[in-house]
Design a protein around this ligand. Structure first.
Ligand code: SF4
Ligand code: SF4
Length: 244
């Protein structure tokens, strides 16, 4: 895979947008959920310590985030959402120009404070296939990572800092290494190293942008062989964990 080849301006934008996945759990199971909530099910909730670390480091390093998303899974299922918002508020006070936003399926009504843009997203009928590995369908890995990287920016989760907002499901499905643990070590090179690992099996690699690309030629519920094998393994490990 080629490097992402961003201009300096694009790189700055990429490194200053982030989505925080506060949970891997969701109260829906939409077909081809890019966060894995339909088939790679998980109840993991981010800890308050992790959120505290994110805010403290961002302030200490005077990191000027332009955009911070509070995401999941479904963010409103996190039982400590009010506490998370209180901690993030400290960054809002530190850098009022940073745009906070969240997106929810609205099943659980929640009153977000007005400094957080609340995107209500109850309609999930627009999904396309996701679990299609380029190697399974002969798609060459000879271009740069997909547009999601640049459009959505980084991700922070219980795995640390990750190169894009769909990274969590790759770690879960393929048992991959965690992300970068400190904001001090987040840079283009460290994120690209991870991208080279995560993008290998990602259907989004075959998209040109959100509306077009080779991935759209597959039915929405298509799961290619590599993902099917990962799912069998994931379910067997999680069955064993449940029985212990
Ligand atoms: S509501 Fe969103 S996070 Fe939940 S399953 Fe549907 S697409 Fe995934
Ligand atoms: S191809 Fe997948 S893993 Fe790679 S940047 Fe795009 S969404 Fe992320």
């Amino acid at each position: 895979m080629k490097d992402f080849e961003l201009t300096d301006e694009e790189m700055q934008m990429y490194l200053h947008k982030i989505e925080i996945d506060i949970t891997e759990s969701c109260n829906l199971a939409c077909v081809s959920c890019v966060r894995g909530c339909n088939i790679f099910k998980s109840d993991v909730m981010i800890s308050l310590d992790k959120i505290r670390k994110f805010v403290d480091e961002s302030i200490e390093l005077n990191y000027q985030w332009e955009r911070i998303g509070i995401m999941g899974g479904e963010p409103t299922v996190h039982p400590q959402l009010p506490e998370i918002i209180n901690i993030l508020y400290e960054y809002h006070v530190f850098n009022p120009s940073c745009q906070f936003w969240t997106r929810s399926n609205c099943i659980i009504p929640y009153e977000f404070p007005d400094w957080i843009e609340y995107q209500k997203n109850p309609d999930h009928s627009h999904h396309h296939a996701f679990y299609v590995s380029p190697q399974d369908v002969g798609f060459p890995m000879n271009k740069r990572a997909c547009h999601v990287l640049y459009d959505c920016g980084l991700m922070y989760s219980h795995h640390g800092y990750l190169p894009c907002c769909n990274s969590n499901v790759h770690i879960r499905a393929f048992n991959l290494i965690d992300g970068v643990q400190s904001l001090k070590n987040v840079n283009y090179e460290s994120m690209m190293k991870l991208c080279h690992i995560y993008c290998r099996h990602c259907g989004m690699y075959m998209m040109d942008n959100f509306e077009s690309g080779y991935l759209l030629s597959y039915p929405v519920d298509y799961i290619s062989e590599t993902w099917q094998n990962a799912l069998i393994k994931y379910n067997s490990i999680n069955c064993r964990k449940t029985r212990v």
